[in-house]
Design a protein around this ligand. Sequence first.
Ligand code: PMP
Length: 340
Amino acid sequence: MTVASSVIEAIGRTPLIELHGASKATGCRILGKAEFMNPGGSVKDRAALSIVEDARAKGLLKPGGVIVEGTAGNTGIGLALVANALGFRTVIVIPDTQSQEKKDMLRLQGAQLVEVPAVPYANPNNYVKLSGRLAERLAREEPNGAVWANQFDNVANRVAHLTTTGPEIYEALEGAVDAFICACGTGGTLAGVGMALKERNPDVKIGLADPYGAALYSYYTTGELKAEGSSITEGIGQGRITANLEGAPVDVAYRIPDDEALRIVFDLAEQEGLLLGGSSGINIAGAIRLARDMGPGNTIVTVLCDGGARYASKLFNADFLRSQNLPTPPWLEGAVAMDP
Ligand code: PMP
């Protein structure tokens, strides 16, 4: 137990949690890095802190300045808490498809939200591009200036994982890690952790777990960026090679359907007390597939990106799931009605 001088110091140093169902099913030791335990509730607190520190160090961010970002939510939540703790403001551009819970969380942290229609990256009105243009405008208009966090192409993002997440995994296991696998939003986690582990042991296998609707599975298996299908997961599913992904040491890739990921999420909540979001389900499904390919006896690490409460209205809403032809959590299906 230690005393943190501010919430900033409470970011990172998350535990690795044994995933018993996944381990038992494969004969491997499958561990989840519990990133939902960060103060903002997700893996993105680390990237947010690294991006803000980098902008400050370069003199781009001045006291009272504004941080602008296009985000599916978690990076915004991380940026808002870091900004509030360090004396900055946040303006967040978010696609209207993201969960209400994440939008509410951003508002209650005092971030200014700009909700925009979800359109593909190629469209000039895509939320990422809009956030870049808004940052340029605010840089001129705001008395203390503004910066664009630009998490997709600002490599301060992956540096967070190269210098903290990756080394934490290696050190906690005293080097006894055979593989690491996760999904990609910006690619910061995959590239940063992948590079950190390969630096320490080039034999560590690095895997990508891709949802449908993303183009990276196709890229890492055939060299062509091609998407097919769709996914209800949030925060992951990339269609291009971002600057953070450039040079990511990916050895193997899997494409995971939502129903496979959701069954894992529901089992973990019911059987192991871990209530996680959909991207964690994609990650663990990827770890299980990799474990089957590598054979028993290997230690495989993945990421528990955020918690399930952030998706109560979608992932844990039986009506929504049924409308998508997805499996429903059995305990929600079987709710007992009682007269008062
Ligand atoms: N899961 C969730 C829920 C996320 O919000 C994100 C970040 N967008 C990721 C996974 C992927 O992380 P990264 O950006 O490091 O690829």
